[in-house]
Design a protein around this ligand. Structure first.
Ligand SMILES: Nc1ncnc2c1ncn2[C@@H]1O[C@H](COP(=O)(O)OP(=O)(O)OP(=O)(O)O)[C@@H](O)[C@H]1O
Ligand SMILES: [Mg+2]
Length: 259
């Protein structure tokens, strides 16, 4: 149906984290969703979910050895993904294949989410121009803004529609760049603010996406609002785990036949 690319220019601002966790929220909401890991030199998505046995990757597709539908694997919560090669084989890649491959996925899935590599190289350009719309991921610091501006210019030159920006890793400190300032400078819509959250790093270390391992975390909560803002889809609230005390109370209520 549609495709969205998450781009930033600067590395390490949270593109893969946002793409992966957003895909899971959409899958939980009953949508057919696939991620394309377009970071063909530094595969991210497979590592983030702890899977490395994916013999056919986007690299094979860009080498025209396989078609994209042969490179789709099943991830958590029923989401699907196209991995990049973990061995960083970047020879003979024909980036012009990507757009057509994404179009093919749009025919099958409700959402095709593309995880863009950092930088402004041919790999990033191919990812940006393969999607119907782009979301800029920014962290509240000047270098991230400077790089985001470069990607914005590149996208506009190539007639890519920019949906807006997401401000990630926000601590709420005085000297951070504020969403209002970004709206004025970039002339783009603020799609949402995501907090710096230790749960994200914990989840990443365990190779478990944070919306699954800590669905009540501040990051997961903020991402659910962001998901609704970007897609218009209603997200499922997390099922709260019954605490120890609630468990004991439930046990005695059952024992004495109380409602
Ligand atoms: N809101 C957040 N709070 C805390 N840690 C975060 C947050 N978002 C991302 N991270 C962490 O920051 C690191 C970089 O995130 P990620 O890999 O998603 O960035 P990226 O933009 O995809 O990087 P690259 O450009 O290298 O592909 C990871 O360790 C991730 O767990
Ligand atoms: Mg990444």
């Amino acid at each position: 149906m549609t495709s969205l690319v998450f781009a930033s220019g600067k590395g390490g601002v949270g593109k893969s984290t946002i793409t992966l966790n957003l895909s899971l929220l959409l899958a939980q909401a009953g949508k057919k969703v696939v991620i394309v890991d377009a970071d063909v030199q530094m595969a991210n998505i497979g590592l983030m979910i702890g899977v490395d046995k994916t013999p056919i990757s986007l690299n094979n597709v860009l080498r025209e050895e396989n078609v994209i539908t042969e490179a789709v694997y099943e991830g958590p919560a029923g989401m699907k993904y196209v991995p990049a090669s973990i061995s960083a084989e970047s020879d003979n890649l024909n980036y012009s294949v990507l757009k057509k491959a994404v179009k093919r996925l749009e025919e099958i899935y409700d959402y095709v989410l593309i995880d863009c590599p950092p930088g402004l190289g041919p790999d990033a350009l191919a990812a940006i121009t393969s999607a119907k719309e782009m979301v800029l991921v920014i962290t509240p610091e000047p270098i991230s803004l400077a790089d985001a501006l470069k990607v914005q210019i590149l996208a506009e030159k190539n007639n890519v529609k920019i949906n807006g920006f997401v401000l990630n890793m926000v601590l709420g400190e005085k000297n951070e760049i504020k969403p209002r300032e970004l709206e004025t400078i970039l002339k783009l819509k603020n799609l949402g603010v995501l907090p710096e959250d230790l749960e994200v790093r914990r989840a990443s270390a365990l190779q478990k996406p944070v919306v699954l391992s800590a669905p009540s975390s501040n990051f997961a909560r903020a991402l659910r609002s962001l998901a609704t803002q970007i897609t218009g889809e209603q997200m499922q609230a997390p099922t709260e785990k019954r605490g120890f005390l609630a468990g004991i109370v439930g046990f005695f209520k059952n024992l004495f036949g109380k409602k």
